[in-house]
Each structure stands twice: as structure tokens, then as C-alpha cells.
Design a protein around this ligand. Sequence first.
Ligand SMILES: NC(=O)c1ccc[n+]([C@@H]2O[C@H](COP(=O)([O-])OP(=O)(O)OC[C@H]3O[C@@H](n4cnc5c(N)ncnc54)[C@H](O)[C@@H]3O)[C@@H](O)[C@H]2O)c1
Ligand SMILES: [Fe+2]
Length: 369
Amino acid sequence: MTQFYGKTRICYGRYALETLEEQHCTNAFLVTDPFMVKSGLADQVTSHLERIGLPYRVFSDVEPDPSLETVKRGTEEFIRAGSDLLVALGGGSSIDTGKAIAFFARKAMPDRQKPVLVAIPTTSGTGSEVTAYSVVTDKERGVKIPLIDDSILPDLAILDARFTRTVPPSVTAATGMDVLTHALEAYTCRYNNAFTDILAVQAIHYVFGYLFKSYQHMEDMEAREMMLLGSCMAGMAFNNSGLGLTHSMAHALGGLFHVSHGLANAVLLPYVIRFNVFDAGVRYRELARVLGLPHANVEEGVSALISAVQGLNDSMKIPSRVRDLKIDKAKYDAALDDMARHAMDDRCTAGNPRRPSLQDLRELFETAW
Ligand SMILES: NC(=O)c1ccc[n+]([C@@H]2O[C@H](COP(=O)([O-])OP(=O)(O)OC[C@H]3O[C@@H](n4cnc5c(N)ncnc54)[C@H](O)[C@@H]3O)[C@@H](O)[C@H]2O)c1
Ligand SMILES: [Fe+2]
């Protein structure tokens, strides 16, 4: 049997935020990061809660690549607040933290009613608003731990591109390449299906059509809107299909060297496409075809796709090698075995079209240097 599952209600566009006022809850808990509070974006959410007289608490300690400690503190505060509505506002880090808080609070208090989980993404991005994933970092061991559980799928995702308008160009570039990596890896994943393919292909169209525009012109709201939709579609796709080696390797690299998730994916993606060519060449060629790139045969299609990905990276000043990510060479070399092992153990590796050996992974990290 093949299935596609997506329980999240998705509201998008101009008045989407007003759906917050439809929540019949008694007490809200907002999970966000310091920028959202300082910039006033959090007020745009809380003003809707105030309008319906819903009391709320704000937990705004989320850092990029949220740590286990932050999740633990947030969970304690959430339990103390006794909230039945959890709103996560921010990039993947805030949404993942909100989902992890909901998960651990339920484990600690199984008798308490499950809170309504609302996700409002401010990056385009992780697609976390529609996925059952939450990635938390164990800073002591330098590893990213994915929590995967259908109970953390948000009940409601609110997509309002006005929240993404302030994303600076470098973050727009990195998070946008995360969208592309989700879509490409979903499309070539061992567990893809007809529904994930459609969503992945549409997300890839949006990325090639609108990512560079939103990088170049922060105020281009049409581009921002399309990237937000693409991010969500790619999230729906990979939540059902799974991902691949780019993500496994990016988790390993990011866990040890604090490279942002999207940037790590962007740099590694062309190397992984090349690595997968014998097993997924036909699929890559198909993507080259739908993108209108040369695709007379598999080789030409794959090369054209890699050039297009690389060209997008270049246009947004994303380096083509790990060595340009301000990583110390000696430390990188010393970490090769650990990174290869972490990538091998990562849940995303199972979906990759080509089965890698530990040695393959080590060599891929070396080649990408
Ligand atoms: N749950 C999933 O399915 C999933 C998928 C991929 C990645 N992830 C995880 O998500 C995290 C990355 O999330 P992200 O890439 O969205 O970045 P992020 O949430 O870490 O945010 C990156 C930076 O951008 C800032 N920012 C966010 N929105 C902004 C806005 N509107 N204006 C100005 N600045 C803004 C944040 O304050 C932060 O400093 C990583 O931990 C990654 O592992 C999760
Ligand atoms: Fe990702």
C-alpha cells in the first residue's frame, strides 16, 4: 500500500492570521526567538490573541539550531503555564522547538489534553509547519537529533509572507536552498510516490522562479509568497517520502561545525547529486526536462541540473566548497570519521537512492572540502 498523509490545515494569504481568533482555547503559549520580539513581529500574533481576550505567555529563548536545554526549559515553562494552545512563530528553529515542547510536555503529563499546535513560519524554509519532524541539537555531543512523531504535526499552519519580508539576503538564500534540497531529495527518495512527486516538482518550479528574486529584492512580496508556498509544498512532500544523503551529511556537518542547515545543504547538494547519478540519473534528467534544461540523455540532463543548482548557489554567493565555510581544515580532517558515522546513522540515509558505505561518506566529505 502507498499512502499520503497530511493532517495540517493550511491557511495562507492576507487574512490567514485571523484564523488565530477562531481557536477555542483558554490560555496560549507563544514559542519564538528574540528577533521576533524585538522586531515587533511577535506583536502581530499576540494582538490577535488579545483581540479575543486570550491570556498568553511568551517563551522567546529559541536560538538557531535549538538545543536540548532550550527545549527542556521551554517544556517546564509550558507545563507551568498549563496552556492548551501552543503557537510557534519563527524559522524552523522556533517551530521545531514548539513541536518538541508539545512532545515532551505530553510525555511528562500524559493525562493532560494535547494542546492545539499552530505553526507560523517566518522563513521559506524548512516546511516544519507541515512535518512530523523536529530537529534538536545535543550541543555537548555535537549531534543533531531528529524527533519524528505524527503527534507533533501541527494542527494549523498559517502562511503569511509578510512575516518573511525581513529575512536578510543570506538567510533567504540558505533557507531557500533548503527548500530546493527538500524537493529534490523527496523526488529522488526511495519512498517517493505520485503525490510527493507533484508537490516536489511544483516546489522546484517555485525555487527556480522566485528564490533569486526574493534574494535580490527583499520587498518582492510575490516572490516571498511563492517561496513560502514552495517551502510548505516541499515540506508536505518530504514528510511523506523522506529525504536523502544531503540532509544526513548536512546534519553531521552542522552538528559539529555550526554551519546553518540551509547553507550546509546548498554546498553539499551538487556533490550528492553526482554521487547518486547511477541510481537516480533518470529522475534527475526528468527534473532537467521539466525545468526546460538540456536533457538529450541522462548524462546531459544530470549535468544541466547540477549546473542549474550550482548557478543558483553562485548567484547568491553561496560557496561551492566546504573549505569556504570558515571551517578549520585540521578539525575537519579529524572529524571525517565521526561525520561519516553520524551521516550513516541519520534517518535520512535510508531514503537515499544509492546506498552509501561508510567509506563513501568519508570520501564525499573529503571531496566536498
Ligand atoms: N522540522 C523539519 O522538518 C526541519 C526541516 C529542515 C530543517 N529543520 C531545522 O530547522 C532549523 C533551521 O531553521 P531555519 O533555516 O528556518 O532558520 P532559523 O529558524 O534557525 O532562523 C535563522 C535565523 O534567521 C532569523 N529569522 C527567522 N525569520 C526571520 C525573519 N522573518 N526576519 C529576519 N530574521 C529572521 C532567526 O532569528 C535566526 O537568527 C535547523 O535546526 C534545522 O535542522 C527542520
Ligand atoms: Fe532541511
